[in-house]
Design a protein around this ligand. Sequence first.
Ligand code: NAD
Length: 260
Amino acid sequence: MLKGRNAIVTGSTSGIGKGIAEALASAGANVMLNGFGDAAEIERQRAALAGSATVEVAYHPADMSRPADIRDMIESAQKTFGGVDILVNNAGIQHVAPIEEFPDDRWDAVIAINLSSAFHAIKAALPGMRARKWGRIINIASAHGLVASAEKSAYVSAKHGIIGLTKTVALETAGSGITSVAICPGWVLTPLVQKQIDAKAAAGNLSAAEAKMELLGEKQPSKEFTTPEQIGQTVLFLCSSAADQITGSAISLDGGWVAQ
Ligand code: NAD
C-alpha cells in the first residue's frame, strides 16, 4: 500500500513510535527511525525492520529539542530516500509535578520536545510534500490534548498546542494533497507510562497489577490499554486514500476517556 513512500517517525526507538514505524515498514514504506537508546540495540532494531519488510530503514539521532538537529534529520531523509512523504511527530517526554513545584527546565524541555519539535519538522518537510502534491503529517497528541489532568501542566499545554498546530497546518495545506491529523491515545503501556505506574505503586504501597488497574480506572473507561499496534494501524488508515479528506481532526483511541 505504501510502496515508494518515505516516512520519518520521531521517537521510534521505543513504545508508540516503534509500533508506528513497524506498521509503516510492513505496508512497504521506507522509514527513518529517530530517538535515544543504546547504539547497538538501535542498529539491531533498524536491521530487523529492514529485513522483515524489505524496505529501506535508516536512523537519525536528532535530539528533538534542537531545531538544527531536526532540520538535519529532514535533509538527511530527503537525501537518503529522495523525499519525506509521511511525517509522524511522535517523540515526547512527561514530567509530573504540581505547578508551584514544576521545574522551569522541565517545562522548557516538555514544550520543546512535545510541541516545538513538530513545528520545526513540519516547516522543513512541507516544501517537499507540496512539490510532490502528497503528504501526511500525523502528530501524536494525547487525550491530554483534549482534556487536562492535575500535575501535568507542561504536557497538557504541549498536547493542546499540537492539536492547534495540526488544525493550522490543515488549513494552510487544504486541497494540496497533504493532510494534517492528530492522534489522541489514552493510556498505552510504554516506558513513559510505566514510570507513572511505578510512582503510583510506590506512593500507594500497591502491587504493579493494582497500580495499573488504578491508573486505568481513573481515566480510561474500557480499563484496557491502547496498544502501539492499534496506533500503527490507525496511521496506516490515515495514509490511505480513504483518509484523503480527514484533515485538521483529532482522532481519539482512548477507551472512552474524553467521552466522560
Ligand atoms: P516512550 O518513552 O516509550 O518513547 C518516547 C520516544 O521518544 C523514545 O524513542 C525516546 O528516545 C524518544 N525521545 C525522547 N526525547 C527525545 C528527544 N529529545 N529527541 C529525540 N527522541 C526523543 O513513550 P511513548 O509512550 O511511546 O510516547 C510516544 C508519544 O506518544 C509521546 O508524544 C507521548 O506523549 C504520546 N502519548 C503516549 C501515551 C501513553 O500512554 N504512553 C498516551 C498518549 C500520548
